[in-house]
Design a protein around this ligand. Structure first.
Ligand code: ADP
Length: 409
C-alpha cells in the first residue's frame, strides 16, 4: 500500500475531497495540518504551516516512509516541496515553488524570459501613486504574498492608488504580514480572463482544462463568480494562452505536479496574471472530472504524484462549470435561502455552502473566503452558463439581517 502525505491547512475546503480520492485509490493517508479536529480515515501529523523547515522535517520523519507528499492549497506547497526533497521524492525545486508564492519574484522571473505579463513595479511606502502614474492608469495594486484575490484592488487615478495602498497595508497587518512591505503595482490588463488547469511532468505542461470566466472581472475588487469549461474562445487564442503558461512553467522552473494559471486575453494577446503550483481553489475542482470513469481532479493529482500514469485526462462530460458565491457584505451570515430551488434548476448537480450560519463573514478585498459553490454540467458551455445564472437568481444570502442576491450578472 502506497503512503501519501496530504499537506492541508485547517481552513482548506478540500481535505475531504483529497481523502475521498485517496481512499478510492486504496492509499494509506497521513494528513499534515495545523488543524486540531480529528480526520476520519486518516492519521494526522500536526504542523505549523508558517514553519516550513520544521514541518518538512516532521513529514520526512513519518514512519513508514511516505511515497508522495501533496499540498492541497498554496499554504502547503513550500512544505510539500521541502519534505519531498528531504525524502528524495521527485518534486519542484523549492525556489520555483517560492516564486509561485511571491508575486514579485514571479513577475521578475517571468520578465527575465520575456513571458507576456502586465508591466509592473515594486513600490515602497508612499511610492504607489507615483509608480502607478508612471505605469499609466488604470493599475492593480496587490500584496506580494496573499491569495484568493485578497488585497487586490484596481485604482484609476492617484487618489485611488493612495486609498488602495492604505487599504492593502491594513489588510496585510490583519493577515499577520508586514504592513510596510513593498507592494506590486501592475498595469490593469483589459479583457476576458481564463484559467488553465494543468499537470506538469518533466517540465512539460499537459492541459487538463481551459476554463472561461464569463462574468467581467473589471474591479475594483476581483471576486470570482462563474467558471465554465470547455472554453468558447477560438482554438488559436487557447493555443497562445497555453503557450504563455508553458513559458511561465519554464521561467519559474516548475517541473512536476499541478498548476493553476490565470490568463487575461488582451487585444494584443494573452498575458499571464498568475501561476500557482496547486490545483484550482475552493471546491471548484468538483466541476472537473476525467475519463470514462469520471476520475476526480484529486485522483488525477494523487496518481501523478505517485508516478501512476494510467489516467485518461479527457473530460468526462461535454461541459461543466461552477458558480462561486462571493461574500456580498461583511457581517454575520444568518441564512442562505433558495438552495432547494437552485438544485431544481436544470443542469445543476450540486450546491454546497461552505460557511456555517452564525459565522462572521468578510467581503473582498479584506476577505479570502467564498460562501459556497454551485455545480452544473450540460451538453455545451452555453447550457452550463445558463444553468448557473438561473441558480444564482434563486439564491439569496442574509447578512446582518439584510437579504441580498449573489453578485452575478
Ligand atoms: P491572487 O493570488 O490573490 O488571486 P491575482 O494576482 O491572481 O491574486 O489577482 C486576482 C485577480 O485580480 C485576477 O484573477 C484578475 O482577475 C485580477 N487581476 C490581478 N492583476 C491584474 C492585472 N494586472 N490586470 C487585470 N486584472 C488583474
Amino acid at each position: 500500500m502506497k503512503r501519501v502525505v496530504i499537506v492541508a491547512s485547517a481552513e482548506s475546503y478540500r481535505t475531504a475531497d483529497f481523502l475521498g480520492a485517496a481512499r478510492l485509490l486504496r492509499l494509506d493517508v497521513v494528513v499534515a495540518s495545523d488543524g486540531i479536529s480529528p480526520i476520519a480515515g486518516a492519521s494526522r501529523v500536526h504542523i505549523e504551516l508558517a514553519d516550513v523547515e520544521r514541518a518538512a522535517i516532521e513529514i520526512a520523519s513519518i514512519e513508514p516512509t511516505p511515497d508522495a507528499v501533496v499540498a492541497i492549497d498554496d499554504e502547503g506547497v513550500l512544505i510539500a516541496a521541502a519534505a519531498s526533497q528531504l525524502l528524495g521524492i521527485s518534486c519542484n525545486p523549492p525556489s520555483a515553488v517560492e516564486a509561485t508564492r511571491d508575486k514579485a519574484i514571479m513577475r521578475a522571473l517571468l520578465a527575465r524570459t520575456g513571458v507576456r505579463q502586465p508591466r509592473f513595479r515594486l513600490a515602497g511606502i508612499g511610492q504607489i501613486p507615483d509608480m502607478a502614474h508612471a505605469l499609466g492608469f488604470p493599475v492593480v495594486i496587490k500584496p506580494r504574498t496573499l491569495s484568493a484575490s485578497r488585497g487586490v484592488i484596481r485604482a484609476d487615478d492617484r487618489e485611488g492608488a493612495r486609498a488602495a495602498e492604505e487599504r492593502v497595508r491594513k489588510i496585510l497587518a490583519k493577515a499577520g504580514k508586514d504592513p510596510e512591505s513593498d507592494l506590486l503595482v501592475e498595469q490593469f490588463i483589459e479583457g476576458e480572463e481564463i484559467a488553465i488547469e494543468g499537470l506538469v511532468s518533466d517540465g512539460e505542461l499537459e492541459v487538463l482544462a481551459v476554463i472561461d470566466k464569463p462574468d467581467p472581472l473589471d474591479g475594483p475588487f476581483f471576486e470570482e463568480t462563474l467558471f465554465v469549461t470547455p472554453s468558447r474562445h477560438p482554438a488559436h487564442v487557447i493555443e497562445a494562452s497555453v503557450g504563455v503558461v508553458q513559458q511561465a512553467v519554464a521561467a519559474l522552473g516548475l517541473v512536476t505536479g499541478p498548476v493553476h494559471a490565470e490568463v487575461r486575453l488582451s487585444e494584443t494577446g494573452p498575458n499571464l496574471i498568475e501561476i500557482a503550483s496547486r490545483t484550482i481553489g475552493g471546491l471548484c475542482g468538483r466541476a472537473l472530472s476525467f475519463g470514462l470513469l469520471g476520475e476526480s481532479l484529486e485522483t488525477v493529482v494523487l496518481k501523478a504524484a505517485l508516478g501512476v500514469s494510467t489516467s485518461d485526462h479527457e473530460p468526462t462530460r461535454p461541459a461543466s462549470g461552477v458558480l462561486m458565491l462571493p461574500i456580498p457584505a461583511t457581517g454575520v451570515l444568518s441564512d442562505v435561502d433558495g438552495m432547494t430551488e437552485a438544485l431544481e434548476v436544470d443542469g445543476i448537480d450540486g450546491v454546497e455552502v461552505t460557511v456555517a450560519r452564525g459565522r462572521r463573514v468578510t467581503a473582498l478585498p479584506e476577505g479570502d473566503r467564498y460562501l459556497g459553490f454551485v455545480f452544473a454540467s450540460g451538453q455545451d458551455p452555453e447550457q452550463v452558463e445558463d444553468s448557473l445564472r438561473a441558480a444564482a437568481q434563486v439564491l439569496s444570502v442574509t447578512i446582518d439581517g439584510e437579504s441580498m442576491r449573489p453578485a452575478v450578472e
